[in-house]
Ligand binder design. Structure first.
Ligand code: APR
Length: 280
């Protein structure tokens, strides 16, 4: 990627001292982790979030929900950080006051070199008891498998949307029991209808309020309150730069919209901001 937009965004990045990098599922798309709302490939295009990503869904069928998240976790375990993740780590290495805030539940920022991103929606790698909230050990992994999950053991629940290769261990899987109280262990993610972790949300709002640049990458900005974070920064006068192949509701508040995939645009942006630093 080249052009005046990239040059403008690079000037903003080079001048920044306290940037925030705010990421969504598009950040990990080039690592093979499906997004949620992209046509055809997005998880919510193929599965009903009400059936898989709510407390009521877990109460109704814990094995269905646990199996689905376990299969997503195994998919992420096989995925690798992409050049976009490494470029974010390069920004954080260059500017120690950088705060990385993610909506993602994968661990690709950490594996890409950002040790402690602010996690607004939890993690696939932090299961806990659904009753006493005691952290639970990660299950020992089953053999790596082919593709994303089929919650009903290969049978498409919603009209046969196109699916990837079925997994060796598709379908429902009983969650382990809590070692303390015996209740079912649940995935450590934030489900629809649940509050965000208050400490993470407070840290995100504080960082966005004090930043001098916010880089928003790979989010449709449709899910609140997370989608408020770029608005907080803009409202307080920080320039916002967006990386996304398509327009989003954030376009209007952005100083620069960089249309392209994160794995290509972010390394190009870092190279343009700091030509002396070779990345990606
Ligand atoms: N690089 C950058 N952006 C990309 C790429 C890519 N390679 N591929 C897709 N995108 C963009 C899409 O255009 C879309 O705008 O990433 C965005 C992904 O949007 P969503 O699938 O809605 O994901 P996200 O915004 O992270 O969802 C927010 O919704 O389902 C809940 O809790 C879940 O954290 C998630 C939240």
């Amino acid at each position: 990627m080249t052009g005046p937009e990239l040059a403008e965004a690079a000037l903003l990045l080079a001048a920044a001292r306290r940037p925030v990098v705010f990421t969504g599922a598009g950040m990990s798309a080039e690592s093979g982790v499906p997004t949620f709302r992209d046509a055809q490939t997005g998880l919510w295009q193929r599965y009903d979030p009400q059936e898989l990503a709510t407390p009521a869904a877990f109460r109704a069928d814990p094995a269905l929900v646990w199996g689905w998240y376990e299969t997503r976790r195994r998919g992420v375990r096989r995925a690798l950080p992409n050049p976009g993740h490494r470029a974010v780590a390069a920004i954080a290495a260059r500017l120690p006051e950088t705060v990385v805030i993610t909506q993602n539940v994968d661990d690709l920022h950490e594996r890409g070199g950002v040790p402690a991103p602010v996690r607004l929606h939890g993690s696939l790698f932090a299961p806990r008891c659904s009753a006493c909230a005691r952290p639970a050990p990660l299950p020992s992994d089953l053999p790596p498998s082919a593709g994303p999950p089929e919650p009903h053991g290969g049978a498409e629940p919603h009209g046969g949307a196109e699916s990837h290769a079925p997994e060796a261990h598709d379908g429902p899987l009983d969650p382990p029991a809590c070692a303390d109280c015996g209740a079912p262990v649940r995935p450590g993610v934030v489900w629809f209808g649940e509050a965000l972790p208050s400490a993470a949300l407070a840290a995100a709002v504080e960082a966005a309020s004090g930043c001098d640049l916010l880089l928003t990458v790979g989010t449709s900005a449709l899910v609140h309150p997370a989608a408020e974070i770029p608005l907080v920064a803009a409202r307080l006068g920080a320039p916002v730069v967006q990386v996304n192949p398509v327009p989003t509701p954030l376009d209007a508040i952005c100083a620069v919209n960089l249309r392209g995939p994160a794995g290509e645009v972010l390394p190009a942006l870092v190279r343009a901001a700091w030509p002396d630093d070779a990345v990606g």
